[in-house]
Structures are given as structure tokens and as C-alpha cells.
Design a protein around this ligand. Structure first.
Ligand code: SAM
Length: 278
């Protein structure tokens, strides 16, 4: 089933948390010079038009990245600066943001010569848009299932690994599929840093993912969750990211970022170990 299009949701509060986690992990890993193999299992498009019909239909970015952008002068954490610079580089004026980068763009803007990105996207139109954008020999775009594709590519050539797993969870079984893939990928590359995004839903479907990860053998799993102070009656009440093998101090720095963004986003953030070090 490929009915999900991220253009309706790009730049919402969940994207802000996910992309803040991703850019922080990247920059903390890049303190060391050795190359990083990056994988984006569910990449979506490259750049989203926040003035376009799809984004305007839901207006989700208004309470997400647009609210963050309006408050950028008050975001005390220096870790927001890199992310804000990328947004400034993509947008011309000082007013509302017109363009918002998807995860492959967040990855690519940080790639160094020895780093690579492999992006999987199954939707034909999204895949074509992404392929057209990725004119960079360090970036590969593959129209393959992202979970199976990732497992085929591990272990990578480079000494280090960063994976973003960000499905649309249109099918209930995706929660357990993601947990099973994480387990297998970690068995192949135990030092890898894995970021797994999930929605926090009123029915608690996401607990299946967390329970399966807790029951498995993957160790050092941090769990970051932002919850909306005024959740809608239907739909996402919050957004979560599991981070396997986070760089040292990652949780504290992410917490500082999300606390600084709590007022503009109308969210509360918690971070805890779902599975501590073995
Ligand atoms: N990661 C993107 C970001 O942060 O900007 C958003 C991705 S969106 C939540 C999920 C994407 O996964 C959609 O574009 C969808 O077409 C794609 N998709 C769905 N099933 C897939 C699969 N089995 N393998 C790869 N991509 C898939």
C-alpha cells in the first residue's frame, strides 16, 4: 500500500523532532573523521513546498517548523543553529518558510567526502523526484523495500553506520517488521547508530514496536518522545524516536533542544533508556 504522501505532513512537529535527532546524531558522529555509511530506509521526496496545495490542506507545518522558525531568536540551544542554517539556506526571505527539507536532504547537506547515503523509496513519483535531486556520487537512490534493502547492504564498507528508519506505518504489521529488521541489522552491525521514528497514537499501537525492541537483544536504546499539550481528537498525540547506540551525551543535548522548542511547538519532551547498556 503506497497511499501515504509525506508532502501533507512535512515540517510538522514530528518532523521537527525527527530531523533534530538526525542532525544532532550526524554532527556528534562527525566529530570523528572516519567515514559514515548513512541509510534512509523510507526517504520520501527531497524538498517539500510548504505553500503547495498538499501542505496547505493540513496546515501541519504551521504548528511545527513555521512556529519554530518564528521563535528562532529564542532557541537558546546552539544545536538548533545548524538546523536553522539549513532552513535559511533553502529559503530566501525572513518571513514564512516556503521550502522544507526531507530526510535525504538533511543527510546530504552534512555528508563529507568519505560519507555516503543510500536512500530507499518505493513510491514511483517520490522515487523519481528524489532521483532527480540526488546528483551526487555519494548518494544512491534505490526503488526497493527499505527494510529488506538495508539488510542486504550491511555491513557497510565504511567503519561507521547511521540508519534512519521512518516508515509511514500504514500497515499495522510495520511496527513488528521494524523491530525485527532492527534486531537483524544490529546483529550484522552492532556498533551502528539506528534512529527509528514512530507516531504516538491514542490506541497505543506504537507499544508493539517498543515491546518488541525491549524483548529483543538490541542494547543501548534511548527513547525520546514529544507529546502535544493539546492533542487532536484523532491522529497523532506525539512523536517518538528510538536511538540505538546514541553518541555519548546525545540524550542530554536532544533534551536541551526539545526543551527550547517546547513553547513554539506546544510539546513536552521526555528522554529515557528503553534498553540500557548490556
Ligand atoms: N523520511 C522522510 C522524511 O523524514 O522526510 C519521510 C518518509 S515518509 C514518513 C515514508 C515514506 O516511505 C513514503 O514516502 C513512502 O512512499 C515510503 N515507503 C513506503 N513503504 C516503503 C517501503 N517498503 N520501502 C521504502 N519506502 C517505502
Amino acid at each position: 500500500m503506497l497511499s501515504y504522501l509525506h508532502a501533507f505532513h512535512a515540517g510538522n512537529f514530528a518532523d521537527v523532532q525527527k530531523h533534530a535527532s538526525l542532525t544532532l546524531a550526524l554532527s556528534m558522529m562527525q566529530v570523528k573523521p572516519s567515514g559514515i555509511a548513512c541509510f534512509d530506509t523510507h526517504a520520501g521526496s527531497a524538498v517539500y513546498d510548504l505553500s503547495g496545495e498538499r501542505a496547505r490542506k493540513t496546515g501541519e507545518a504551521d504548528a511545527g517548523v513555521q512556529a519554530l522558525w518564528r521563535s528562532r531568536g529564542r532557541l537558546a540551544s546552539p544545536d538548533w543553529a545548524r538546523l536553522l542554517d539549513v532552513l535559511a539556506g533553502l529559503n530566501s526571505g525572513e518571513g514564512r518558510l516556503e521550502r522544507y527539507p526531507g530526510s535525504p536532504v538533511w543527510f546530504r547537506q552534512a555528508l563529507r567526502p568519505a560519507d555516503t547515503l543510500t536512500a530507499f523509496e518505493l513510491h514511483p513519483a517520490e522515487h523519481d523526484q528524489l532521483s532527480g535531486w540526488a546528483a551526487d556520487q555519494r548518494v544512491r537512490v534505490l526503488r526497493q523495500d527499505g527494510l529488506a534493502g538495508l539488510l542486504k547492504q550491511l555491513p557497510p564498507r565504511q567503519p561507521r553506520l547511521l540508519v534512519l528508519i521512518d516508515p509511514s506505518y500504514e500497515i499495522k504489521s510495520e511496527y513488528s517488521d521494524v523491530a525485527a529488521t532492527l534486531e537483524k541489522a544490529w546483529q550484522k552491525c552492532r556498533h551502528g547508530v539506528f534512529l527509528v521514528w514512530y507516531p504516538i497514537l491514542p490506541g497505543g499501537l506504537q507499544e508493539a514496536l517498543k515491546d518488541a525492541v525491549e524483548a529483543g537483544s538490541v542494547a543501548k536504546v534511548l527513547c525520546s518522545e514529544v507529546c502535544l499539550r493539546q492533542p487532536p481528537e484523532r491522529g497523532m498525540a506525539g512523536s517518538g524516536v528510538l536511538v540505538v547506540n546514541p553518541p555519548w551525551g546525545f540524550g542530554e543535548r536532544l533534551a536541551t533542544m526539545m526543551e527550547a522548542a517546547a513553547e513554539p511547538l506546544g510539546t513536552d519532551h521526555t528522554v529515557r533508556w528503553l534498553v540500557p547498556e548490556a
